[in-house]
Design a protein. Structure first.
Length: 148
């Protein structure tokens, strides 16, 4: 258990923070919605009913929309632009192994299965590993490079 917590600490912490903020958004939204209903002399709704209401769904997606747009923009710009000195950016003056065409490593025994087979599996592997992303390992790199 201790090893699991150590190996997955970042994911567990981010999930916990997400859960706390999501619950906080639900509770504050429910409170605000109840006040709005009271002002219009309408009957209050329970918390579970609020979670399935249009008010909650709308507020959630409005909140997430801007976050997804910001992240999508950041990821797309990272593929094409450089920022010298940034750990998230590819090195502008060096060869980047994540840009290497995977078919050159087809015969290597440690290469992942999609690299050996090529075709659609290889395209899917490149897409899922975000070819050209500095956050991704080279497509033809063995699975052991991820620490598992």
């Amino acid at each position: 258990m201790r090893r699991f917590l150590r190996d997955n600490g970042l994911s567990l912490t981010l999930f916990a923070l997400f859960l706390v903020s999501f619950i906080g958004q639900a509770l504050t939204g429910w409170t605000a919605h109840a006040e709005e209903l009271r002002l219009h002399e309408l009957p209050e709704i329970g918390f579970l009913a609020y979670l399935t209401s249009g008010h909650f769904i709308s507020a959630t997606f409005e909140n997430w929309e801007s976050e997804f747009l910001q992240m999508a923009t950041y990821v797309l710009l990272m593929v094409f632009l450089f920022q010298k000195g940034s750990p998230e950016s590819r090195k502008p003056d060096e060869d980047n192994p994540e840009d290497e065409p995977p078919h050159k490593r087809r015969g290597e025994p440690d290469a992942p299965g999609p690299v050996h087979r090529g075709g659609l599996l290889l395209v899917l592997g490149i897409y899922l590993r975000e070819r050209g992303s500095p956050e991704s390992k080279p497509v033809a790199a063995p699975h052991a490079m991820t620490g598992h």
